[in-house]
Design a protein around this ligand. Structure first.
Ligand SMILES: NC(=O)c1ccc[n+]([C@@H]2O[C@H](COP(=O)([O-])OP(=O)(O)OC[C@H]3O[C@@H](n4cnc5c(N)ncnc54)[C@H](O)[C@@H]3O)[C@@H](O)[C@H]2O)c1
Length: 249
């Protein structure tokens, strides 16, 4: 069967996350080269070591998405190393849940800085290369927290992810003349570090009432990212793909 990302050059931000690791493997199998940005250098290295057969197609770049300078340098390096940037996937994210009365300004700002301003930095630096090519695929990871609110997410996290939806829709319209598509995937609760880092009570609230009856897997999100990053999705832009076991109805 034909590869779905033949020769594509992809930058994955938050490239060491559980979700990225699932997407990375599928992207490699489908023919893409990867430039992985994350501030967890150890997890980046461990991922590369876990995929020895693809080592030549995996480039690592430790950087902090909240730093405009680091992100500018990262994208310059990605273009130098890979020759072009076809795909940007924004996955980096943090969650700091507290009721609003106990939420500090630092908790509010930290989440907005990574989850929303971080995506602005990466889009801003990828777009000039994509415009020059008149081709690009941007896939942003939002969340059900940013679609309906969700007990256990926190208003900072929900606001940041609703912001990602707005960023996605606005950029889709702005960048369509250059054949750059911008879409989002909005997962429900998933089996992964982020979910298991929460208290038992928060986990129970998040799991409650999922029509399909269980948490999602990272692979179930990775295949949606693959579709939106591929040429199969060339007529989709500004879309938010809700994948949450039926919660968002
Ligand atoms: N896990 C879930 O249940 C769930 C549900 C909905 C949405 N999401 C979203 O999916 C994405 C991935 O989630 P995950 O469960 O794989 O999380 P994860 O905790 O495994 O990964 C988050 C990644 O972001 C990186 N990161 C955090 N701050 C950074 C910074 N300042 N600079 C660079 N990298 C930074 C971390 O090092 C980590 O690799 C996130 O955007 C999250 O909000 C997750």
């Amino acid at each position: 069967m034909a590869l779905r990302l033949p020769g594509k050059k992809a930058v994955i931000v938050g490239g060491a996350s559980d979700m990225a690791q699932a997407a990375n493997r599928i992207f490699l199998e489908e023919g893409a080269d990867l430039f992985l940005i994350d501030f967890n250098e150890t997890a980046l290295r461990e991922f590369k070591e876990s995929e020895p057969e693809y080592a030549g197609r995996i480039h690592l770049y430790p950087a902090d998405v909240t730093s405009p300078e680091q992100i500018e340098k990262a994208f310059q390096t990605a273009e130098e190393v890979m020759g072009r940037i076809d795909i940007l996937v924004n996955i980096a994210g943090i969650i700091r849940h507290h009721p609003i009365t106990e939420m500090s300004y630092e908790d509010w700002n930290a989440v907005l800085r990574v989850n929303l301003t971080g995506y602005f930095h990466t889009c801003k630096n990828a777009v000039p290369y994509m415009k020059a090519q008149r081709y690009g695929r941007i896939v942003n990871i939002a969340s059900i927290g940013g679609r309906t609110g969700r007990p256990g997410c926190g208003c900072n996290y929900s606001a940041s992810k609703a912001g990602v939806v707005g960023l996605t829709q606005a950029l889709a319209k702005e960048l369509a003349p250059w054949s750059i598509t911008v879409n989002a995937v909005a997962p429900g609760p998933l089996k992964g570090k982020m979910f298991y880092s929460m208290t038992k009570e928060q986990q129970e609230k998040l799991e409650e009432g999922i029509p399909l009856g269980e948490l999602g897997d990272m692979d179930q999100i990775a295949y949606a990212i693959l579709f939106l990053a591929s040429d199969e999705a060339s007529y989709a832009t500004g879309e938010v793909f809700d994948i949450n076991g039926g919660l968002y109805i």
